[in-house]
Design a protein around this ligand. Structure first.
Ligand code: AHR
Length: 501
């Protein structure tokens, strides 16, 4: 198939907020315990954190991480996780029907996040608790000293405040499954009061209010309107969540869900604009897509297991084994985030280790990178700068979730300072190669200095502890610049990172 693309250096969508490549980690399953933290593991450091896992995390250059939940946060007592470890209580985690030992709490996680070079983005419990506990948590985390909670932090060994700027006001509060679930106006008022108190403490704090748990919720998108009408002036972001899968084994329809996600973002953008004008507000609210990933391979099985088990400690849960098709999907979704980066400022892959995660780690055993690790890594490393509007002229298809889906999926990021242009390109055609012809305007005489590709695998191929590097990116071939045009032949079902300067 012929695929014509035009990229112009002045056709800018936005300057990407680097937090578009953030992550999420929750106290659930083996994400924290035997994921990032496993004292006694041969790779554990003095604090019990796994160095092998940490290295994979560091290589992703993740800007921010949302913690500690997720559904977990809606019944979490943050105070259980501070102070001497042998005094910390074991609690029942009502969200995942398991035992929480509290061996990792805020001060421990902060050490890990610092080692990983990641800024913390903290969620407060607005389910079983409320404003009072949230403000105590804020004081513990962010006040320098000379108050009860900040002095307690100092007693626990951390002198300097953590200075956390991003605060999530609860989690998925529209979901009937959520502990302390609320109706929109009730939640909107609580979120408003919490955000107001937080900003009274420090006006530079950024507050993230909960949008719908996904675009299939019966209250979507009314929820967003009602919530924002209660709190618009005091919040900075509204959260979006969406998980994906290909249960029907229809690859093209799976890819079409990216188009559907674009509509989701556009709809919430419209709701934001509506509320802003209705309230005559001056401030802008952006989107924080703080949970996204593929989650379907073992979802039903886990749903059954969780109902039957007897409150285990750190059980294997949501340990999805990602295949090559999922890697192509994730690459496309990241392209959509780049194309929508005027609206979506923050996005978090959910989650980071073991639980629906790009990184897996066996208890007492090895860690490895899943297929989806690589497109996430390349977007994080090379997707910083200006997102450019790309015109694509390529064949399209219709599927049950969307019409007119392009087989060729492209995003472009121009790093003005470094003088590089990166194109993230997917040929999603099942059988035909793409004859790519990119017209480049305003970039002088560019040269292709790097071409990375992932191609030639079966869609069902995976990595695993016994074959950690079965699916890895390689050096791409067959592309080059001639007369200011980038040309190449891209294999069917392939992913490419094309870097020019
Ligand atoms: O990431 C797993 C779960 O998915 C989170 O706890 C919840 O917020 C969402 O429903």
């Amino acid at each position: 198939m012929k695929a014509r693309v035009s990229v112009h250096r002045d056709f800018r969508i936005s300057t990407i907020d680097e937090r578009l490549y953030s992550a999420f980690i929750e106290h659930m399953g083996r994400a924290i315990y035997s994921g990032i933290y496993e004292p006694g593991h041969p790779e554990a450091d003095a604090n019990g954190f796994r160095k092998d896992v940490l290295k994979f995390v560091q290589d992703l250059k993740i800007p921010a991480i949302r913690y500690p939940g997720g559904n977990f946060v809606s019944a979490y007592n943050w105070e259980d996780g501070i102070g001497p470890k042998d005094k910390r209580p074991v609690r029942l985690d009502l969200a995942w029907r398991s035992k929480e030992t509290n061996q990792v709490g805020i001060d421990d996680f902060a050490i890990w996040a610092e080692q990983a070079g990641i800024e913390m983005m903290l969620a407060v419990n607005l389910g079983s608790r409320g404003l009072e506990e949230a403000r105590n948590f804020l004081e513990y985390v962010n006040f320098p000293g000379g108050s009860a909670w900040s002095d307690l932090r100092r007693e626990h060994g951390r002198q300097e405040p953590y200075g956390v700027k991003m605060w999530c006001l609860g989690n998925e509060m529209d979901g009937p499954w959520q502990i302390g679930h609320k109706v929109a106006t009730e939640y909107g008022r609580l979120a408003n009061e919490t955000a107001k108190a937080f900003k009274g403490f420090d006006p530079t704090i950024e507050a993230v209010v909960c949008g719908s748990s996904n675009d299939r919720m019966p209250t979507y998108p009314e929820w967003e309107r009602e919530v924002l009408e209660e709190c618009y002036e005091n919040v900075d972001y509204i959260s979006l969540h969406k998980y994906f899968g290909n249960k029907s084994k229809d690859t093209l329809n799976y890819f079409g869900k990216i188009e559907e996600t674009g509509r989701y973002i556009q709809t919430i953008g419209g709701v934001i604009d509506y509320v802003k004008s209705k309230k005559r507000a001056k401030n802008d609210v952006h989107i924080c897509f703080d949970e996204w990933n593929v989650w379907y391979h073992i979802r039903e099985e886990d749903g059954r297991r969780i109902k039957e088990w007897d409150w285990p400690e750190a059980p294997a849960l949501l340990e999805e084994n990602y295949n090559f098709e999922d890697a192509l999907f994730v690459a496309g979704l990241l392209n959509e985030f780049i194309r929508r980066s005027d609206r979506v400022r923050i996005a978090c892959i959910a989650q980071l280790v073991n639980v629906i995660a790009p990184i897996r780690a066996e208890k007492g055993g090895p860690a490895w990178r899943q297929t989806i690790y690589y497109p996430y890594q390349f977007a994080s490393l090379y997707g910083r700068g200006d997102a450019l509007n790309v015109a694509v002229d390529a064949p399209t298809y219709d599927c049950s979730v969307a019409d007119d889906v392009s087989y060729l999926d492209v995003s472009a990021v121009h790093d003005r300072e470094a003088g590089t242009l990166t194109l993230f390109v997917l040929n999603r055609h099942l059988t035909e190669k793409a004859d790519l012809d990119v017209e480049l305007t305003g970039f002088g005489t560019p040269a292709l200095f790097e071409h990375i590709s992932m191609e030639g695998y079966e869609l069902t191929d995976t990595n695993g502890p016994d074959k950690p590097d079965h699916i890895v990116p390689g050096k791409g071939t067959g592309a080059g610049v001639e007369d200011d045009r980038l040309r190449g032949a891209l294999a069917p079902l392939s992913y490419h990172v094309l870097r020019l300067n």
